[in-house]
Design a binder for this molecule. Structure first.
Ligand SMILES: O=C(O)c1ccccc1N[C@@H]1O[C@H](COP(=O)(O)O)[C@@H](O)[C@H]1O
Length: 196
């Protein structure tokens, strides 16, 4: 299972995550988030990363121009879209995009079934709130293109492995405080998700 550590705001947290085996790092370009990072700072962190690490820009209610401009300036490799988008919008972007399904019911997780997509719990503030998606909704569903997010922690990530998700994404569950990762939690989460 691939692991993305989201809400990176400093180089130290990024390097801890990579050293522990993270496949992707997330940078929140949503000004209302406590994990917001200024694109200029994100660009500096990305410039210091080793190769073979996916850089994911997270956007909420952003325009095509803003997403493309920020991703180019910061050298993101993927855009994660935490708002309602359609196939046309995704296809129109100059950068590869990961739509986010904010699930309120089992029916919701069938959206974008032919695409890689991230499934997060529905929360009014868009995400990063530590709320979980009901795991029983994934019974009998092909999860090979789903990245599960929402309320994951080092303690509960082991229980999602039987669904064979493509990946998992975590932010608040590995924080020491909002916007700062706890290295011990990051290492434990990645070890449980990937290596145990
Ligand atoms: O992290 C944020 O502040 C955030 C803000 C707005 C939209 C999404 C956000 N984070 C993403 O939300 C999910 C779940 O996070 P958590 O693990 O429950 O804290 C995840 O994809 C984060 O990247």
């Amino acid at each position: 299972m691939r692991v993305k550590i989201c809400g990176i705001t400093n180089l130290e947290d990024a390097l801890v995550a990579i050293e522990a085996g993270a496949d992707a790092l997330g940078f929140v370009f949503y000004p209302d988030s406590p994990r917001y990072i200024d694109p200029a700072k994100a660009a500096m962190i990305v410039a210091d990363l080793p190769p073979f690490v996916e850089r994911v820009g997270l956007f909420v209610n952003a325009s095509k121009d803003f997403i493309e401009e920020v991703c180019k300036a910061t050298n993101m490799s993927l855009a994660q879209l935490h708002f309602d988008v359609d196939e046309e919008f995704i296809e129109s972007l100059a950068i590869k995009a990961l739509p986010v399904v904010r699930a309120r019911s089992k029916d919701d997780i069938k959206r974008f079934a032919n695409r890689y997509r991230l499934v997060d719990a529905y929360v009014p503030q868009f995400g990063g709130a530590g709320k979980r998606v009901a795991l029983e909704w994934f019974e009998g569903v092909d999860c090979s293109k789903i990245i599960l997010a929402g309320g994951l922690t080092p303690q509960n990530v082991g229980e999602v492995k039987k669904y064979d998700f493509y990946g998992v994404d975590v932010s608040s569950g590995v924080e020491a405080k909002k916007g700062k990762k706890d290295p011990k939690k990051v290492r434990e989460f990645i070890a449980k998700a990937k290596f145990e």
